[in-house]
Ligand binder design. Structure first.
Ligand code: PHE
Length: 360
């Protein structure tokens, strides 16, 4: 059949020129669709005489197959090109270094506070809180420090101003965390097991004192609590905190108005080679004050001293942070020097826990 060669060339050119899916489909319909050119020619075969049909039939079939194959190939090529384009556009260099993010760090005081909370939580102590601006009753009277008591002077208290004409006793910036003992007793009653970490204030400033510092108070009240419980709890806590297998604690008789008897507690340490080691050596370092809660303090907290007794302790957080992490100057804690914070700070996600290790 004449002209088939021209038809073939026309469609192959059109297929090669088709730039997208729609163009390819248009060529397919024009050639092979129900009313397409090739389809119509094939229908004409029926009207031919057998000789002519024998020649034209295979040629037409071959042409139909060729065009069909060309359409498929063009479709596949377009799809490949589209994929290539996407791969080129959405290319990402996974070997590039990560973008630096603004970096913060956890202050050693916050870190040590969290460590202590984790340790005492493990020993069954909940966290209690109280205000930093405290009434003088909670800070002093309820703790068996009446107005004329000399301990009031020793505390170097900051007083809040009262409005003119208001002659009630002024509030104070709490000088210790002990008022939280009273607040916890009044709020929860006995039995009771709490620690109270927080800021305290005293008018004092030199290399080992700042006007604001941190304490953690401990209080356990039950029917038969003794100094032995106090000693065991402190030993357990110190072993966990300093991450050593053994500690030696020394209880020295002392005096606090709110405990009776009272003891200051030292921990055995060595300074050999200029390096502090807890739990060995001949040195002793004072780390906290403690004692059995005074009956008057229990009564002020609404707890019957005939039925209940307890121990309490107070420990300087900044001090033991310096000891544990080898930080020489207390004042640097509160200067907000970023270089210092980067050096002594802790990663934000290193949450202290007894299982994973307190500090890493
Ligand atoms: N509150 C005391 C201080 O600030 C410490 C202390 C607390 C002592 C509890 C005994 C019992 O020094």
């Amino acid at each position: 059949m004449d002209g088939l060669e021209a038809v073939r060339a026309r469609y192959l050119d059109a297929i090669a020129a088709a730039a997208d899916e729609d163009a390819i489909e248009a060529v397919r319909v024009a050639a092979l669709g129900r009313k397409g050119e090739i389809s119509l020619k094939m229908r004409e075969l029926g009207a031919m005489d057998p000789e002519a049909r024998k020649a034209a039939g295979p040629a037409l079939n071959a042409l139909k197959d060729e065009i069909d194959a060309a359409l498929r190939a063009r479709r596949a090529a377009l799809a490949d090109a589209a994929l290539e384009a996407r791969l080129a556009a959405e290319w990402l260099d996974v070997t590039l270094p990560g973008r630096p993010r603004p970096q913060g760090s956890i202050h050693p005081v916050s870190q040590v506070t969290e460590e202590l909370v984790a340790i005492f939580a493990d020993l069954g102590f909940a966290v209690a809180e109280g205000p930093q601006v405290e009434s003088d009753w909670f800070n002093f009277d309820a703790l068996n420090i009446p107005p004329e008591h000399p301990a009031r002077q020793e505390h170097d208290t900051f007083f809040m101003a009262r409005a003119a004409g208001d002659d009630r006793p002024p509030h104070v910036l709490r000088t210790h965390t002990s008022p939280v003992q009273i607040r916890a007793m009044l709020a929860q009653g006995a039995p009771l097991r709490v620690i109270a970490p927080g800021r305290v204030y005293r008018m004092d400033m030199d290399q080992t004192h700042t006007p604001m510092f941190h304490q953690v108070e401990g209080l356990a009240i039950d029917r038969d609590i003794s100094m032995a419980h106090l000693k065991w709890v402190l030993e357990e806590a110190c072993r966990a905190f300093f991450e050593v297998d053994r500690v030696d604690l020394r209880f020295r008789a002392s005096h606090f108005p709110f405990t009776e008897p009272s003891a200051e507690v030292d921990i055995r340490c060595s300074w050999a080679g200029g390096q502090l080691r807890i739990g060995e050596g001949d040195g002793w370092l004072e780390i906290l004050g403690s004692g059995m809660v005074h009956p008057k303090v229990l009564a002020a907290g609404g707890i019957d001293p005939e039925a209940w007794q307890g121990f309490a302790f107070g420990l300087g957080i900044d001090r033991i942070a310096m000891l544990k992490y080898g930080i020489p100057d207390l004042r640097a804690f509160f200067e907000s020097d970023l270089r210092w914070l980067r050096h002594y700070g802790f990663a934000a996600l290193d949450v202290p826990g007894l299982a994973g290790g307190l500090s890493r």
